[in-house]
Unconditional design. Structure first.
Length: 261
């Protein structure tokens, strides 16, 4: 659901970029320097990465969990609904789906348990007191709309939280930083196909008093078929500033969403 009210909302968004080639360069340099200093033979980059892998050389055993829809054997097990990326294994610019972290508040919705995420029954409602023409869109409708492709970093706001615990002396008491112990695994780079908001807004039309857009999940609830409590507001001004860069993701490198969790 997308609701566009005339009341204002605030949004705090953090973005980051990671240069995988630069990171691998420093891993190789660190290994080479260590070998030289201790009289140990220098390691090639491939040998260094092999020694940094885990679980059978980075090809971890299968691990399935009812809270997720993919094999999480290559991820670090944080808790029942969150899995971190094994960042020491990252060796590509685009993060493979099996290594992409999962940040869920609840279990990933499954079509066999909740028909609202079944493509046959999924619906997107766009409405609000600042919308001229409220509409309902099916998944097939969305796939037929003009789309664009973008490579974009997705990151949890808590990525690197363990650095605060260990480096900033915030492990307990009033200074403790609460949340998942991501390490540096709460980040991934993906290539997305999406329908730009410029097209969506042209369909519905905006009234002059439009102030904010609320992207509401509709399906992220404590149990299947329960009402969602998950949404994210965004000022209309921010969307209109980049209407072709912001949109509704429909595929991740040929994999139709939702398949990350």
């Amino acid at each position: 659901m997308i609701r566009i009210p005339h009341t204002s909302d605030r949004r705090i968004e953090a973005e980051t970029e990671m240069d995988a080639s630069r990171r691998r360069f420093f891993i190789g340099m660190a290994a080479g320097s260590l070998g030289a200093g201790l009289g140990i033979p220098r390691l090639s980059l491939a040998e260094t990465m092999a020694r940094l892998t885990h679980r059978q050389g980075g090809r971890g055993p299968s691990r399935f969990h009812p809270s997720f829809v993919k094999d999480v054997g290559l991820l670090t097990d944080l808790n029942a609904t969150n899995q971190g990326g094994a960042w020491w294994n990252f060796d590509s610019y685009i993060t493979p789906i099996e290594q992409f972290y999962i940040r869920n508040e609840y279990a990933t919705p499954r079509a066999e348990l909740d028909r609202r995420v079944d493509p046959r029954f999924w619906r997107l409602h766009i409405h609000g007191d600042a919308v001229e023409r409220p509409i309902e869109i099916t998944y097939d409708d969305l796939l037929k709309m003009p789309s664009r492709r973008i490579q974009s970093v997705m990151q949890c706001a808590g990525n690197g939280r363990t650095l605060f615990w260990e480096q900033e002396g915030m492990p307990e008491g009033d200074r403790r930083v609460k949340g998942n112990g991501w390490g540096m695994g709460g980040i991934g780079m993906a290539e997305w196909d999406y329908v730009p908001m410029s097209h969506i807004l042209d369909l519905v039309g905006l009234k002059p008093n439009a102030k904010a857009c609320l992207f509401w999940s509709g399906v992220d609830g404590k149990a299947p078929n329960t009402e969602s409590d998950t949404g994210r507001p965004m000022p209309i001004a921010d969307i209109l500033e980049r209407p072709d860069d912001i949109g509704l993701a429909v595929e991740r490198r040929g994999i139709r969403t939702p398949l990350l969790g």
